[in-house]
Design a protein around this ligand. Sequence first.
Ligand SMILES: Cc1ncc(COP(=O)(O)O)c(C=O)c1O
Length: 598
Amino acid sequence: MGNPFVGQPQLPAAGAVPSLPHVLSEARTASSRGPSPAGIPTGITPPLPAVMSPGMFGAIPGGLSPVQLPAFPSIPPEVPEEMRHPVSPGEIRLPGPETLAAISTPAAQLATGPQAFATPGASPAQVDRTVVERAAVGVSPGPADQQPRYEGLTAFVQRMRLTGCETRPAGVVGLPGPHPFESLSGELSRLASSGSLDVAAVRRDFPILQQRVHGQPLAWLDNAATTQKPQVVIDALRHFYETENSNIHRGAHTLAAKATEAYERARETVRRFVGAESAEEIVFVRGTTEGINLVAQTFGHRFLRPGDEILLSVLEHHANIVPWQMVARQTGAHIRSIPVNDRGEILLGEYERLLGPRTRLVGLTHASNSLGTVLPIAEMTALAHRHGARVLIDGAQTIAHLPVDVRRDQFDFFVFSGHKVFGPTGIGAVYARRELWAELPPWQGGGNMIREVSFEETTFADPPARFEAGTPNVADAVGLGVALDYVTRLGLPLIARHEHDLLEYATHQLQRIPGVRLIGTAREKVGVLSFLMDGRRPEDVGRFLDQRGIAVRAGHHCAQPSLRRFGLTATVRPSFSIYNTRDEVDRLAAAVRELTGR
Ligand SMILES: Cc1ncc(COP(=O)(O)O)c(C=O)c1O
């Protein structure tokens, strides 16, 4: 593969020394702004300082005294020329521990501190770990009156993170190292403050989890792809087919009435679950993919004109890219992508710059299925609305994990799949505000969606029927309703807390394994981890884990642009749900460690 950084800014030669105030303010702006849209960590350019002021850090608890500190990652002369240049997006080469050890300056020792934090097992930390951790998230590790002292350390650590501070033994620096997650968002943690998920009881609800695969208990860690089904959902499908099955809305008989009632009850359950005002705002579809195609083909044809713009984040699943590309081609609209920083977080400043008078639609996944990043969708929706654009939220990766309130957050469209939330495959829903549905033309024609048909003219039914041509998937809609009730009974705040715990635990376990590199270290994440192993293809890792009874996804996760952003084509992706346990995470970590041969 060629060097994708050819022509990009390069690391500064040693000795380039901008003035200190400039450097500090740059570091602060960089830390709030994140890396540049071109994918170059902002910290790489302008040149980094070679010297930091001795007074900058003050006396740091943990025993490190103030010293003359060449700033890391200024490049000492001992570092070979070929290690000075970026090798792929998000990666720069910096001296490894051996080289650092050979440079006997306090700066090199200091530099190993955060690296030791990011890569346990690296050279001994000379900086108290708590200090670095706290500084990295901008919290003063000392008394309030010492706050200014730590500003320097905070800026320093953040700058290191932005420039990629995770040193590997080979001397290649990976993406910015994992850092402490922010705690659950305030509202969620308040709601989850009492009680906890009874995971053992939850596991008993899922018959499929009782089986063994290759002689090992099944550890289903492929929940971002699909979730398993609780007995109540399986029973509901069986009950429907055994006692209620009929076509709906048409027959003048008892079973038609029963089936219609069950189907419309499910629509009401979806309404409640997403916080819509009226059940008529919910249209059943096959899943997220069909839902987005519906919006693209109806909204797109009604409102897109040549030169209009559709903004999509780089993190989108192909389901939220390809339908827009198709309608863009048909209408002459253009697609523009919203970039992310090296942690996989949306660059809000760039997003604001992209919004404009031509923006008609913004399509955002609530959470990335490849990296786990949770997008600030409420804030992004408000910004889009200021420019008169409509917003579609792809809820596939959050519907089973985070509460949603489409009215409070004023989404125009919200789409999800039933199978991601313990419901059947082949069913999902699209929410849109009533006034918006009313403006949209039908996209598929047939029975169930008309008021009057003649060979001269057809008049269409009101929404939602206008968008549900043909016999709907009645049984699976009923199953979806039961699945959503199941989630409601468990409580999304408790679910979110349980999965957050697994995410933190798994992150910690995996990042300790030499040769494992985590991709996507956003501060707000759902329970999705992406990782790579030195010298192993993700597909091979997936197959190896399967032999140990552990199901994970390995590949591009139908989100190629998001991986390409990091110079990658595939990762290994474990993803968590309500029935997963720390035990299963331990098994995953043990299997990965086994594969490293250490
Ligand atoms: C974020 C996201 N969007 C859309 C989809 C597509 O969902 P479906 O295949 O159920 O239509 C997925 C599936 O993985 C997803 O993760």
